[in-house]
Design a protein around this ligand. Structure first.
Ligand SMILES: N[C@@H](CCC(=O)N[C@@H](CS)C(=O)NCC(=O)O)C(=O)O
Length: 219
């Protein structure tokens, strides 16, 4: 489905939530421009008035897309964006046809989206530090706990990818989370199945082009 107005993703190269959306756009073949929002420079560009007006949560990603001819909309919350893209651009499908498998995919998405990422977010880590805690150890532990659950799920599901033999939203969320886990020096030896799936996904262009190192704002 071609759009006239450019699709723009407000993104930070290292942001795992932005990375999820970059993967989905790439897999679905939706051309887009990156609008970099640096989460550290200038005290965090996500806190600037202009950006806060677009997203009061002061977070990336934000997707600007022509929803219908002449109507450009702005969407935030990566999982809502992923679901929107899935409905709007159904091919290739990133949710399985079976309700049970869809629930399993969404379970993995939630483990990442609400069980891991919010605990390692910049604002959370700053607060842990302010309270005198070890923010990196806190983030590492959150990653390891969630990845333990995902490893068990992947082994149980027994497919080539996280759930089944085709990439799904579970993989779209897994890959950026593993990138973050490695940054926090999580013990990756605990996750042989996830590491194997990650390597397989890395060979797909939709995943490869979304990697933080390949972004225009990469440092
Ligand atoms: N639930 C949101 C979370 C977004 C989020 O936490 N974004 C992070 C980057 S991955 C962010 O912008 N952090 C900025 C901050 O904490 O100041 C989503 O899925 O989009």
């Amino acid at each position: 489905m071609a759009t006239n107005a450019p699709t723009r993703l407000y993104s930070y190269f290292r942001s795992s939530c932005s990375y999820r959306v970059r993967i989905a756009l790439g897999l679905k073949g939706v051309p887009f421009e990156i609008v970099p929002v640096h989460l550290l420079k200038d005290g965090g560009q996500q806190h600037a008035d202009g950006y806060r007006a677009k997203n009061p949560m002061e977070q990336v990603p934000l997707l600007e897309i022509e929803h219908e001819p002449g109507v450009v909309v702005q969407l935030t919350q990566s999982v809502a964006i992923l679901e929107y893209l899935e409905e709007r651009f159904p091919k290739p499908a990133l949710l399985p046809g079976c309700a049970y498998l869809r629930a399993r995919v969404r379970k993995c998405v939630e483990i990442v989206n609400s069980g891991i990422q919010p605990l390692q977010n910049l604002a959370t880590m700053a607060e842990v530090k302010r309270l005198g805690g070890d923010a990196v150890a806190f983030a590492r532990q959150a990653n390891e706990r969630g990845l333990d659950a995902l490893e068990a799920e992947a082994v149980d599901a027994g497919g080539k990818y996280m759930i089944g033999d085709e990439p799904t939203l579970a993989d779209v969320c897994l890959v950026p989370q593993l990138y973050s886990a490695r940054r926090f020096k999580a013990d990756m030896a605990r996750y042989p199945r996830l590491v194997e799936i990650d390597a397989r996904l890395a060979e797909m262009e939709g995943f490869a082009q979304a990697h933080p190192d390949r972004q225009p704002d990469s440092e």
